[in-house]
Structures are given as C-alpha cells and as structure tokens.
Design a protein around this ligand. Structure first.
Ligand code: NAD
Length: 252
C-alpha cells in the first residue's frame, strides 16, 4: 500500500522539469501532495504536471530572478492558499578554476545555485504554516573542494551554511529546514562530465558503492526530510553519496 505522507500538502519544487526535482515531484504527488513545478524549462514542467493529476501545476520561473520567484510564490499561494513544502532544488553545474571562470559565469552560477534559495525562502516563508518544511539541494561539492569546480563549490558551500541559518531563525516558527547533499546522480547535469574520457571511471572509483545514484534515490531522501517522519530533524546536512565522503583513502 502506498503511504500518503503528503495528503493535501502544497509542495513547491524548483528545477522540477528534470532529474532530482522531477523524481521528487512524482513521489510527493503519488503520496498526495498538490505539486507546483517551477522550472525555466516550461514545456518540461508542463508535461510532468500533466501526469500528476488535476491539482498539479507548472510555473515558468527563472530562479535567478527575484521577481520571477516572487511571482512563483504568488501563483502557488493564489491557487492553494499556503505552502507546506518548499524544495529549493534548481541548479546548474560549472567547471573551471577561479582563473578559468569568467566573472559573468561566476555570477550566473551564484545567482542560480545560491541567490535563488534566498529568494524562494524570502517570499515563501511568510506563507508557510507551522509544521512546514524546506529542503535545499546542496551537494557534496559544498562540503569540500573539488578540482576545477570553484564557483559550484562556493555556491553549494554557502547553501549548506545558509540552511543552518534558516533552521536557526525559523525553528520557533515551526518550520524545519534541511539540506540534501547528493553525490553523483545520473541526471542531465552530470551527463556531459560523465562522458569525458576516463572521468566517469575516476569518479566511480571514489564511490564505495561503485555506482551513481538514480534521481529516485534522492527523491526518497527529500520526501523523508519534508515529511512528519523527520518531525525533529532540522538544520541537518543529509549526505546521500554512496559513501563517497566517508572514503578518505586512495582508491584500490
Ligand atoms: P537536472 O539538470 O536534471 O535538473 C536541473 C533542473 O533545474 C532542470 O530542469 C533545469 O531546467 C532547471 N534549472 C536550471 N536553471 C534554472 C533556473 N535558472 N531557473 C529554474 N530552473 C532552472 O539536474 P539535477 O541533477 O536533477 O540537479 C538538481 C540539483 O541537484 C541541482 O541543484 C544540482 O546542483 C544538484 N546536484 C546534482 C548532482 C548530480 O550528480 N546530478 C549532485 C549534487 C547536487
């Protein structure tokens, strides 16, 4: 029997047209949530929403724009009256050292991967009742330095500590805030890197479970953090990486 942990809960999910966001939208909807799928990829969001029942809706939103995130929150609240779950998940990758990355690219990565989380929290929290939950997608790249991921490491590291600040500020409002730190997940964001000669093998060697995750394996962690199963869990940085960050030695 399918559990219904999110019966009549309103869930806003950014980056919902693909990968981890899409898998989470599907899982939350299956367990009863009214999902609001936000993405720059409007067609992708709409086609997933169409599969998720009459209360699912898609909103075109560039999360790096404060005005567009404000409009997203307004649309969700006009339709449903409140937001119970906010999953700040939209993000982009970025490859390069600080010398290689140009200022415009740096600013774009920080805007999409970090500023977006603040915009969504700023506009949504006043509409979130006691018992609500926020989950922010950070990354294990936010827990340590990767070679040539300078902007991404900076943005995700900031999301990790911003999550703690949100949990501290809003605990008394009855809003829990946690971060998900995925390792390597098979989604379009990693497809390019995984096709680079030798890199996929190199990454897999460092993962004790010797495989990448599927997006559904991240969705189930997000669902736990967003649900009442995690009713006393806040300010936590939840790593789901097949043991990658537990592994401190050289690969065999
Ligand atoms: P994905 O590319 O499948 O999905 C990302 C989604 O975000 C896409 O639908 C894309 O259209 C959307 N998006 C991008 N820029 C946007 C913007 N400006 N406004 C609104 N939507 C935008 O990738 P994914 O792997 O599902 O990534 C989801 C999150 O997980 C990201 O924050 C990413 O950094 C993080 N993450 C992924 C991995 C991995 O290995 N896949 C690892 C660690 C963290």
């Amino acid at each position: 029997m399918t559990r219904k942990r999110f019966e009549n809960k309103v869930a806003v999910i950014t980056g919902a047209a693909s990968g981890i966001g899409a898998a989470t939208a599907r899982l939350l909807a299956r367990e009863g949530a009214h999902v609001v799928l936000a993405d720059v990829n409007d067609n992708g969001g709409k086609s997933i929403a169409a599969d998720l029942g009459p209360t699912a809706m898609a909103v075109k939103c560039d999360v790096s724009s404060a005005a567009e995130v404000e409009a997203l929150v307004k649309a969700a609240v006009e339709r449903h009256g409140r937001i119970d779950i906010l999953f700040n998940n939209a993000g982009i990758g970025s490859f390069g050292t600080s010398v290689e990355i140009q200022p415009a690219e740096w600013e774009r990565v920080i805007a999409i991967d970090l500023h977006s989380v603040y915009y969504a929290c700023h506009f949504a929290i006043p509409h979130m009742p006691r018992g609500s939950a926020i989950v922010n997608t950070a990354s294990i790249s936010g827990l340590g330095g990767d070679y040539r991921f300078a902007a991404y490491n900076a943005a995700k590291g900031a999301v990790v500590n911003y999550t703690r600040a949100l949990a501290v500020d809003h605990g008394r409002d009855g809003i829990r805030v946690n971060a998900l730190c995925p390792g390597l997940v098979e989604t379009p964001i990693t497809a390019g890197v995984q096709q680079m000669p030798g890199l996929r093998e190199d990454w897999l060697k460092r993962i004790p479970m010797e495989r990448a995750a599927q997006p559904e394996e991240m969705a189930s962690v997000v669902a736990f953090l967003a649900s009442d199963d995690a009713s006393y869990v806040t300010g936590t940085i939840m790593v789901a990486d097949g043991g990658r960050t537990a592994h401190t030695g050289q690969p065999e």
